[in-house]
Design a protein around this ligand. Structure first.
Ligand code: IYR
Length: 216
């Protein structure tokens, strides 16, 4: 892909305005939770598309933007995704994860049954482009793909939350079936499945700032 510079003249934000925005966003984001049960109530597609557009503003290695967001609403496709995900998860919960991992998951109360895959109004399947595939079949390396797509997903979750929507970062493993079911090209690898829906009431403890911040 050719690099096309665009004019960039951002306005300076007054310091007081920046402080107020930071505090307000902190307060909003402290109310974000991962949600596993969704009601099928409709949510505006525009909000979901805007959130995906926000994710696509993420920084990326060499500005290669190595991501594809597949928005799945088709109930038949969703059913096939759920069947395949649950088949993998059954193997995982029946022992593939190992005792230490299963112990770590116990407080979450998760198991192999994944109703969110068919019940949330939207499913966003995020793919990482491990390399670029040119139209003539040529292949070009992509750089820092995991980091770039991870940042984009973080921004997606933030934008969904700010839009008043709940989401889950779901990583059924292994995820190869997603590329096959969704007909993705061979350079793309599934990174996460993100069901999106209305926000329910839930809570779980988060580490306080002094447990995650080191100042030197
Ligand atoms: N992918 C499985 C297991 C799982 C793993 C982690 I790490 C979690 O934070 C939650 C679940 C599942 O989705 O159930």
């Amino acid at each position: 892909m050719t690099y096309h510079p665009v004019p960039y003249r951002p306005a300076r934000l007054p310091a007081a305005e920046g402080l107020a925005q930071a505090a307000a966003l902190r307060q909003r984001m402290e109310a974000r939770r991962s949600v596993r049960m969704f009601s099928p109530d409709p949510v505006p597609e525009r909000a979901v598309l805007d959130a995906i557009a926000v994710a696509a503003t993420a920084p990326s290695g060499a500005h290669q933007q190595p991501w594809t967001f597949v928005l799945v609403t088709d109930p038949a496709v969703r059913r096939r995704i759920r069947e395949a995900a649950e088949a993998e998860e059954r193997i995982s919960y029946d022992g593939r994860l190992g005792d230490a991992w299963l112990d770590a998951l116990r407080p979450l109360g998760t198991d192999a049954v994944k109703p969110h895959l068919t019940e949330a109004p939207y499913l966003i399947v995020v793919f990482q482009q491990r390399f670029a595939l040119d139209d003539d079949g040529g292949v070009r390396k992509h750089y820092y793909v995991d980091e770039s797509v991870g940042i984009a997903v973080g921004m997606l979750l933030t934008a969904l939350h700010v839009a008043g929507l709940a989401a889950l970062t779901h990583t059924p493993s292994p995820m190869r079936f997603l590329g096959e079911l969704l007909g993705r090209p061979r350079n793309e690898k599934a990174f996460a499945v993100i069901p999106v829906g209305p926000r329910p009431p839930t809570a779980s403890r988060r580490k306080p700032l002094d447990e995650v911040l080191v100042r030197i």
